[in-house]
Design a protein around this ligand. Structure first.
Ligand code: PFF
Length: 455
């Protein structure tokens, strides 16, 4: 089954892989979530723990995922099937592929809804809705949006259409071209916003908020949150990176590549924080730890009351949309690849079918913000439930299985052969981390996360 080049094509270079993986990694998690959870958990101390998690858990597991993908050269499901059959292992290990593909689609269902808000806000911002607006007014605009399911469904649909349009184009012409166009734009926009925040906002306060080492504010839950976020932000445990690894050139060095992706993802999260907080602090009525509202309520207020805010506010939401877009394509690609390989689907049909599936499931999230807001599953509304089930259960579990599979189950020689371009030192360091440190850390996160939630 495995061949040097899979049936879906390959990235034109190692650099395209880096852009694609970074495109997948950088998304709502970096621009919206990271800044506020860092703020809530003691700023600098949290950032330090988060960096450690990226380094000791995220990057080693990412390296394992890319390696598995490149070894199998197929969708995560068939890659795992190939590897387990080749090694004569129990078929239960294929669950790594299945869990990942299903989690990806589940995440896409609600990711498209939130990305739809960002799309909607581009028009709001550009048309001047937020000019001179008060915090109360911005709050009511946001709540009006949440109550209006037709508008939510409209933007969710547009975002999913954007996503499948790219993925239909295939790996080289669709995904490869999209990331080469989108990612540089995203970097430029972010730098522009950073400059804007520096000039117009309270940069010193924003900086110290994000980097002051307030150890007292860091709790055990904060540490768990940092580890969980490391998974989400690097797109791990979902087959996304494994699928992208399958399209990687044969002799590209995985270690270096993964370091580049992890570095870029972290850099963008930090720069996003440095761009957002100075703007937030320029407006004294805004709460820095206001969670989901930070991006959709507080930031519009900040932009609406600043010189140049109309332009830069619109630019900001374009940026968020681009980041979410390049992440969403990686959420659907593993399932598309599977349907094309194993069920003889045409890429177009596979995309439309899976897009429709994500759309239908996403309706549950849309409704959970209005008519279903009181309907709870285990104490969560539908959107929260999907988020919890994927981020807190499926991703850590798949990540744990990947670490165990690569560190303990696969023959060490097969792993070494696949990573033959790495130096001995890099290989052994990685192997020790992936055998001991990563699984233990993930196990702790998983057990504690479930315990905290249901106790
Ligand atoms: N890493 C993305 C973010 O930080 O927003 C989210 C994501 C994308 C998760 C793709 C998983 C994935 F497969």
């Amino acid at each position: 089954m495995n061949s040097k080049r899979g049936i879906h094509g390959a990235w034109s270079s190692r650099w395209t892989f880096i852009l694609a993986a970074t495109g997948s990694a950088v998304g709502l998690g970096n621009i919206w979530k990271f800044p506020y959870i860092a703020g809530e958990n003691g700023g600098g101390a949290f950032v330090l723990v988060y960096l450690l998690c990226i380094l000791m858990v995220g990057m080693p597991i990412m390296m394992a995922e890319v390696m598995l993908g490149r070894c199998g050269r197929h969708s995560p499901i068939n890659t795992m099937r190939y590897l387990t059959e080749k090694a004569g292992l129990h078929g239960a290990w294929n669950a790594i592929g299945w869990l990942g593909v299903v989690a990806g689609l589940m995440i896409l269902s609600y990711y498209a809804v939130i990305a739809g808000w960002a799309l909607h806000y581009i028009g709001h911002m550009a048309s001047g809705t937020f000019q001179g607006v008060s915090a109360e007014k911005a709050d009511s605009i946001f709540n009006t949006l949440l109550a209006d399911r037709n508008t939510l469904i409209f933007w969710q649909t547009i975002f999913l259409l954007l996503t499948v349009t790219v993925v239909i184009g295939g790996v080289t012409k669709g995904l490869g071209v999209a990331v080469r166009v989108l990612m540089p734009q995203l970097f430029v926009l972010l730098v522009l916003l950073l400059v804007f925040g520096y000039q117009q906002g309270d940069f010193a306060r924003g900086f110290s908020f994000l980097f002051s080492f307030n150890y007292k504010a860091l709790t055990w839950e904060g540490v768990l949150e940092a580890l969980g976020h490391a998974f989400f932000t690097l797109s791990l445990g979902m087959g996304a990176i494994m699928a992208y690894g399958a399209y990687m050139p044969e002799h590209a060095r995985i270690g270096r590549t993964v370091v580049a992706v992890g570095f870029l993802d972290t850099l963008i999260a930090l720069v996003a924080g440095l761009a957002i907080f100075p703007i937030v602090f320029a407006n004294p009525t805004i709460e820095p730890g206001s969670g989901p509202g930070l991006m959709f309520v507080s930031l519009p207020v900040a932009f609406g009351n600043m010189p140049g805010g109309l332009l830069f506010g619109s630019v900001f939401f374009v940026l968020v949309t681009l980041a979410a877009w390049s992440s969403a394509i990686s959420l659907i690609e593993p399932a598309v690849a599977y349907l094309v390989e194993s069920r003889n689907f045409h890429r177009i049909t596979a995309n439309l079918l899976l897009g429709l599936l994500a759309w239908v499931v996403g309706l549950g999230s849309v409704l959970s913000f209005n008519v279903w807001s009181e309907s709870l599953i285990a104490g969560f509304n539908f959107f929260e439930f999907m988020d919890f089930l994927t981020s807190s259960v499926m991703l850590p579990l798949t990540g744990l299985f990947i670490a165990i599979f690569v560190g303990w189950i696969m023959r060490p020689q097969s792993v070494r052969d696949e990573l033959s371009d790495e130096s001995d030192r890099v290989f052994w360091l990685w192997r020790i981390i992936v055998r001991y440190v990563s699984p233990l850390a993930v196990l702790v996160v998983f057990v504690m996360g479930i315990y905290k939630t249901f106790s």
